[in-house]
Design a protein around this ligand. Structure first.
Ligand code: SAM
Length: 248
């Protein structure tokens, strides 16, 4: 089944953009996903094809009009009723690997890209739109955020990464950052690959990787580590461990 991406934008020429190359580009060519950028301006009805207006209450910049955006969203929902409608906004829920997986396992997605100061608030009250942010910084438009989201989804579609990797061991999949990687040459500028990785002992390698993933997460991302520790402590084995720790 093709994962169908509809992107509502004032800059349809930005798509597929970088998603037309490498893994995503090949998958697009093979029909694993489809890319349908839709010009929001086509849903404007006045003779100037206006999509924005000055902010109510005054202030700098322009605001995208609810009536124009709603027509674009309604049209996209008619074409793909089962796909979630997302709006890229800095105040949206953070894009996480869990959300990426949720979207990637669905039939596709409709993504609304903002410009200017953003979109008229009434749109979010009147339509079932989920706001998503790619981080705590401001981009000039939602298109690059949509590309980030799509890239993360497309690589998870069946067959895109190939049989060699399912992505299951990557950063964030287990709630931890990934362990470090090495490859030949064994000795580079006097630095050697850790002996355990050359031992051929798969159990030891797995234990070392787990320990490294935990160390890196604890040191670099205390927020992730805290969440991971909470989940672990609430699992049946975690509860057993806590009981044992209390007894000791
Ligand atoms: N005035 C808005 C604010 O302060 O939150 C910023 C508007 S920004 C210049 C224009 C558009 O870029 C937004 O409507 C949104 O679609 C997109 N955008 C900017 N930063 C984003 C982010 N971190 N995540 C997702 N979309 C973003």
């Amino acid at each position: 089944m093709t994962f169908a991406a509809q992107i509502l934008t004032l800059y349809p020429e930005m798509f597929p953009g970088p998603l037309g190359t490498s893994l995503a580009g090949r998958a697009l060519g093979e029909g694993t996903w489809s890319c349908d950028p839709i010009q929001i301006r086509d849903f404007a009805t006045d003779k100037h094809k206006s999509v924005d207006d000055t902010p109510a209450g005054g202030g700098a910049g322009m605001v995208m009009r609810a009536d124009v955006l709603a027509r674009a969203v309604d049209d996209a929902m008619t074409r793909q009723p089962d796909a979630p409608v997302l709006a890229m906004t800095p105040r949206g829920e953070p894009l996480t690997q869990a959300l990426v997986r949720e979207i990637a396992t669905g039939p596709g997605v409709t993504i609304l890209c903002g410009r200017f100061e953003g979109m008229d608030e009434r749109l979010f009250e009147a339509r079932p739109i989920r706001e998503v942010s790619i981080g705590d910084y401001i981009l000039s438009g939602g298109e690059t955020a949509a590309i980030v989201l799509l890239d993360a989804c497309i690589r998870l579609l069946p067959g895109v990464m190939g049989a060699a990797s399912s992505g299951d061991e990557e950063s964030f999949e287990s709630g931890l950052l990934e362990y470090p990687h090495y490859t030949r040459p064994n000795d580079w500028e006097g630095r050697t690959i850790p002996q355990v990785l050359r031992s051929g002992d798969h159990a030891k390698i797995a234990a070392w990787r787990q320990a490294m993933a935990e160390d890196h997460t604890r040191l670099r991302r205390p927020d992730l580590w805290e969440r991971h520790s909470d989940v672990r402590d609430q699992s049946p084995s975690g509860a057993q461990r806590q009981t044992k720790e209390k007894r000791a």
